[in-house]
Design a protein around this ligand. Structure first.
Ligand SMILES: C[S@@+](CC[C@H](N)C(=O)[O-])C[C@H]1O[C@@H](n2cnc3c(N)ncnc32)[C@H](O)[C@@H]1O
Length: 458
């Protein structure tokens, strides 16, 4: 019935290696047959599972599982379905979608396909009656909190907002599911969600985006990514299946030759006051890689930028940003921000870091070093949302595509301390919970002391 379901063995590997119980809220991207969604609930009944998809087949089953329904009307090449299922309720229509989706495999012009299509058509109601008990059994197993019909990238936003994690089973080839579901998509009227066609080449960027937002994740793919160590690998079918997950530190973390550990104190967001002193310092790429391995991902070799900066509040680490010279724009006027991260979610610290990255006091030493005169900073946010919550209000949206937003900001004619006070006034609110990740990092951080250079030494 479903094409491209994640192999059972892979689901087993994922359940054995990812601490879904610690996530609490598990947001699934691309639920398909709900195989993973059902398995995680069975293994961890205390977890809350939130399913997602865009296909009529999965969305209609998701609606049934939630006790909802929506209009489904067969037309065109599937117009014959309407009289065949006359009198059936939404559940019967969902069973008809199951049968029609199976007929999608037989739309070819060859005789084999045509004979099968005709057989389905002539016995459609019999097929629907046979599908009904299977549908009931499936729905009885789907114990989810919510089903979201829409782009899976938006599940990441939900995971971030609820403090949960994201398990993602996105298509492995571009436009594949649109072809698989062509018959149903073109011949059924239903309130179909809008979504961006997923390009698997965007997978590394998606992982970085989840890491930058501190969203625990597990991503399944057939790609062996150049700079990452998969958490699991399965070679049972013609193509290997890998999973990449945020917890791989526990089992697979290895010390990379290009990371240099150092001691530092993570900031306590709740302790930040108007009297706090904020500074920026430059570190080499090996120390930045060490921090990115702690806060963004575990055990990978990151793309390094040319200038790696840390933001310190009262001497404690708040986050960092990485600049590279732009590849496509005007190198003398534009600087590309490869990455920016805050070490905690509280008090919208994630907005402070890119704000500081754009201030005159940070940019001037870079101008001197690279013999350029930067006027604006450009960066990319991977999301299907119309805006990025992080950059909203502090950068300007320059370009929007199906899966990313390009933002830019003019250099702020302000000092670091001025920018900090603006952030405090507009975004930081009052205090917050201590950051658990920061505490863990403090315990973890060991090794040689880092000489943090002054901004003036860029
Ligand atoms: C690889 S399958 C998911 C497999 C699923 N976990 C399972 O075991 O059955 C891909 C699913 O992604 C859905 N899909 C494709 N593009 C999507 C998008 N942009 N957002 C959400 N779901 C999408 C397809 O409809 C299909 O059901």
């Amino acid at each position: 019935m479903f094409i491209g379901a994640v192999p059972k063995e892979v689901v087993g590997q994922v359940l054995a290696t990812v601490p879904f119980d610690a996530w609490g809220n598990v947001y699934v991207g691309c639920s398909g047959s709900f195989r993973f969604d059902r398995a995680v609930k069975m293994r961890h009944p205390e977890c809350r599972v939130y399913s997602n998809d865009v296909s009529l087949l999965t969305c209609s089953i998701g609606a049934l599982a939630m006790g909802r329904e929506f209009p489904v009307k067969f037309k065109g090449a599937l117009a014959f379905v309407e009289p065949a299922i006359d009198g059936l309720d939404f559940r019967g229509r969902v069973a008809a979608v199951m049968v029609a989706a199976a007929m999608g495999n037989f739309t070819g012009k060859n005789e084999y396909a045509q004979v099968h299509f005709r057989h389905y058509r002539e016995h459609f109601r019999t097929f629907v009656d046979q599908a009904l008990p299977k549908l009931d059994a499936l729905v009885a197993e789907i114990k989810i909190e919510e089903f979201y019909a829409g782009d899976f990238l938006e599940q990441a936003d939900r995971a971030e907002n609820s403090g949960g994690g994201m398990a993602c089973f996105a298509p492995t080839y571009k436009g594949g599911y649109e072809r698989i579901y062509k018959l149903v998509n073109e011949n059924v009227e239903w309130p179909a969600p809008k979504y961006g066609i997923w390009n698997p080449d965007s997978l590394p960027a998606l992982i970085v985006s989840l890491e930058e937002r501190h969203i625990p994740y597990c991503v399944i793919s057939d790609q062996l990514l150049a700079d990452r160590t998969p958490t699991t690998e399965w070679r049972g079918s013609n193509k290997p299946v890998y999973t990449y997950s945020s917890n791989q530190a526990a089992s697979l973390r290895r010390r990379l030759p290009n990371e240099v550990p150092f001691k530092y104190t993570p900031v306590e967001p709740a302790a930040i006051t108007a009297e706090s002193k904020v500074s920026m310092c430059v570190v080499d790429s090996k120390r930045m890689t060490y921090l990115k391995n702690v806060y963004l991902t575990k055990g990978i070799e990151h793309t390094t930028g040319q200038i790696n900066c840390l933001v310190l509040i009262d001497g404690a680490l708040a986050g960092g940003f990485i600049f590279a010279q732009t590849r496509f724009g005007d190198k003398t006027r534009e600087l590309y921000m490869l990455s920016d991260f805050a070490i905690a979610r509280e008090r919208r610290l994630s907005k402070l870091i890119p704000m500081i990255a754009t201030c005159r006091e940070v940019i001037q030493p870079i101008n001197r070093r690279l013999l350029i005169k930067v006027e604006y900073i450009v960066t990319t946010a991977f999301t299907t949302k119309p805006v990025s919550m992080k950059y909203r209000g502090i950068f300007e949206l320059d370009k929007r595509t199906a899966d990313h937003l390009q933002y830019q900001s003019a250099v702020r004619n302000q000092s670091i301390q001025d920018v900090f006070h603006e952030w405090l006034r507009k975004y930081a609110g009052q205090g917050g919970k201590p950051d658990r990740q920061g505490q863990a990092a403090r315990a973890e951080a060991a090794g040689e002391e880092c000489a943090l250079h002054d901004a003036a030494g860029v």
